[in-house]
Design a protein around this ligand. Structure first.
Ligand SMILES: CC(C)(COP(=O)(O)OP(=O)(O)OC[C@H]1O[C@@H](n2cnc3c(N)ncnc32)[C@H](O)[C@@H]1OP(=O)(O)O)[C@@H](O)C(=O)NCCC(=O)NCCS
Length: 327
């Protein structure tokens, strides 16, 4: 089949939402025996997703003009990743996915030192595809979740009025916090920069960023909380900690307690029932800290990176850092 690749535009988003829901409905039926159709991502959610790096997102278009595949990609400073990504079920196996990934890798290579992705452990086909395209598995991602009401006793002193919210700062306060966020990211993984996420989640109205300051008013940690669902019909009442990081050298458990109190209070004030997050197995000593604070492990994903890449990504770290390479 003949197709061409081009950058995704705003006019493509309706078709992208349709293909994504269709292909993942099929996937969930086959691999997880979930019969209900997956509801579509909202156009606002796709607009927010592509805003971070507009040139990184691609569609594949057949000669007759029909969309036959799409890929979303992001860069967090010098860390780039792609996903979600899909080709309509009846058109899989024809090379469209390979072309989309190859093009994305070429693009990300110009900007990033790490090119990563997350995929589902059930999907041998995906692991095979990515392996053929030069990716290797690193650590799993533990997908963890905090049931908010069940843990109410633990967080009873948390008040939403006490949250230190990036959005509530003036322009110089915001700028300063973004510099500190960049500094913390870079000390966890070279070149990792979440400042664009902080601004995007705010300007698209999908959530807020919570800050933890310590001695000398220094930023010791932050949590980027997505509280608006990306899907049209969502009854899960689930928020997502999009990213959370604690400054290496700070008192990790107490900074984490401060951030989680703010996360808990922010979510409960919005009537949400649970908050989920992704923790790479690279941060081995962090998982017990989250379990001690009421989180449960729900499942795992597989992280892969394209070679060559710095050895750093394969080395265990005692940092506290949440994020997923999937969106
Ligand atoms: C993943 C997806 C986008 C790939 O798109 P696609 O157009 O089918 O991919 P391609 O046809 O380019 O390539 C598939 C490759 O995987 C290989 N492959 C498939 N099953 C495999 C297996 N079990 N083991 C090893 N390799 C396998 C094929 O051999 C093929 O490689 P080849 O062209 O060198 O032979 C598509 O299958 C899809 O939409 N899946 C459902 C959604 C999804 O999983 N998205 C990705 C989430 S991380």
């Amino acid at each position: 089949m003949n197709f061409t690749l081009r950058t995704m535009t705003q006019q493509d988003l309706r078709a992208v939402a349709e293909i994504e829901a269709g292909v993942f409905t099929d996937w969930y039926r086959i691999y997880r025996r979930e019969p209900e159709p997956l509801s579509e991502r909202t156009i606002e959610a796709l607009r927010y997703a592509i805003s971070l790096d507009p040139d990184a997102n691609l569609v594949a278009v057949a000669d007759d003009g029909a969309m036959v595949g799409f890929i979303l990609a992001r860069t967090w400073g010098r860390v780039g990743w792609f996903g979600t990504f899909g080709v309509p079920t009846q058109l899989q196996g024809l090379g469209i996915g390979t072309a989309l990934v190859n093009h994305t890798v070429d693009y990300l290579e110009q900007k990033a030192d790490v090119i990563g992705l997350e995929t589902m452990p059930e999907s041998g086909a995906n692991i095979g595809l990515y392996t053929k395209l030069g990716f290797v598995a690193t650590y799993p991602t533990h997908i963890i979740e905090l049931p908010l009401i069940r843990e109410a006793e633990r967080f009873k002193s948390a008040r939403v009025e006490d949250a230190l919210v990036w959005e509530a700062l003036g322009s110089s306060g915001r700028r300063r916090a973004l510099c500190e966020i960049r500094e913390i990211g870079d000390s966890i993984l070279s070149g990792l920069d979440y400042s664009g996420e902080v601004e995007a989640i705010h300007s698209h109205g999908f959530g807020r960023t919570l800050l933890s300051r310590g001695e000398g008013d220094r930023l010791n940690g932050f949590a980027i909380l997505r509280s608006t669902s990306i899907r049209a019909e969502n009854t899960t009442g689930r928020a997502y900690i999009h990213a959370l990081a604690v400054r290496p050298g700070a008192d990790g458990p107490s900074v984490l307690d401060d951030l989680l109190q703010q996360v808990w209070a922010s979510c409960v004030s919005l009537g949400l029932a649970r908050v989920a997050a992704g923790l790479s197995g690279r941060y081995q000593s962090a998982l017990p800290l989250f379990l001690e604070r009421g989180f449960r492990v729900m499942r795992a994903g597989i992280r892969m990176v394209r070679l060559p890449v710095s050895e750093e990504v394969f080395q265990a770290s005692d940092a506290i850092h949440l994020s997923r390479w999937a969106g």
